[in-house]
Ligand binder design. Structure first.
Ligand code: HEC
Length: 184
């Protein structure tokens, strides 16, 4: 664990390119080439749900029962290594805010063209119902964000209801059926 913690700054340096000398002003006056802005799909919808949407929704749902301000770290637990956002460096209510924002923002991933469902059928993003359900998810995430900002658990209850309804209405329409009929 200690070793991983020590390598983190190195990883950051690589990601941020801090190790390289600052770029000197170029004589070349040609405008910089635009970055390739191509979106890419790496996984199917089911894995996207498991990896991206499921973890933050549990953080939001947890705030119904457990006051995020009172969630305790295990003695000696290093917050920078926590796998539970609630006890991480960005823990407590802020973790709930961040999870809600992550859900809203990640809704865009449901619209990236070229993704398949686990049965090989394309994600039904051309169906007029799909973007509406995606918007419902975005709105539910933002409602949870506002509720988390207020640090009010009654508001969290209401927001969590809205969020689980947003998940459920899409699942009812596109998932809850035989595998081969999902996304049809
Ligand atoms: C716009 C539609 C849509 C929304 C919104 C949506 N899902 Fe999904 N979800 C699906 C579909 C469709 C599948 C099945 C995908 C497949 O088989 O490839 C799925 C699958 C899943 C799975 C995988 C289940 C398993 O047994 O493998 C999880 C977990 C999941 N969703 C969680 C959520 C949560 C939590 C939310 C709300 C925060 C949510 N989803 C919102 C469409 C949606």
């Amino acid at each position: 664990m200690r070793r991983m913690a020590l390598t983190l700054p190195v990883m950051l340096m690589v990601v941020l390119d801090l190790s390289l000398p600052a770029q000197t002003a170029s004589q070349d006056t040609a405008p910089p080439k635009p970055a390739m802005a191509t979106m890419q799909v790496q996984t199917d919808l089911n894995r996207l749900m498991r990896g991206v949407f499921y973890p933050p929704s549990n953080v939001v749902f947890s705030a119904q029962n457990d006051n995020p301000a009172e969630v305790k770290r295990a003695p000696g637990q290093d917050p920078s290594m926590a796998t539970d956002p609630l006890v991480s460096t960005f823990g407590g209510w802020q973790a709930v805010e961040n999870a809600a924002l992550a859900l809203s923002e990640s809704a865009n991933l449901l619209l990236v063209p070229g993704r398949k469902c686990s049965n090989g059928l394309p994600v039904p993003s051309n169906d007029p119902g799909w973007p509406k359900l995606v918007q419902e998810l975005r709105d539910a995430g933002m409602k949870a964000y506002t509720a988390a900002q207020s640090k009010n658990q009654d508001k969290m209850l209401d927001a969590a209801d809205t969020l689980s309804a947003a998940c459920a209405s899409c699942h009812k329409r596109w998932r809850e059926r035989k595998l081969e009929d999902r996304c049809k």
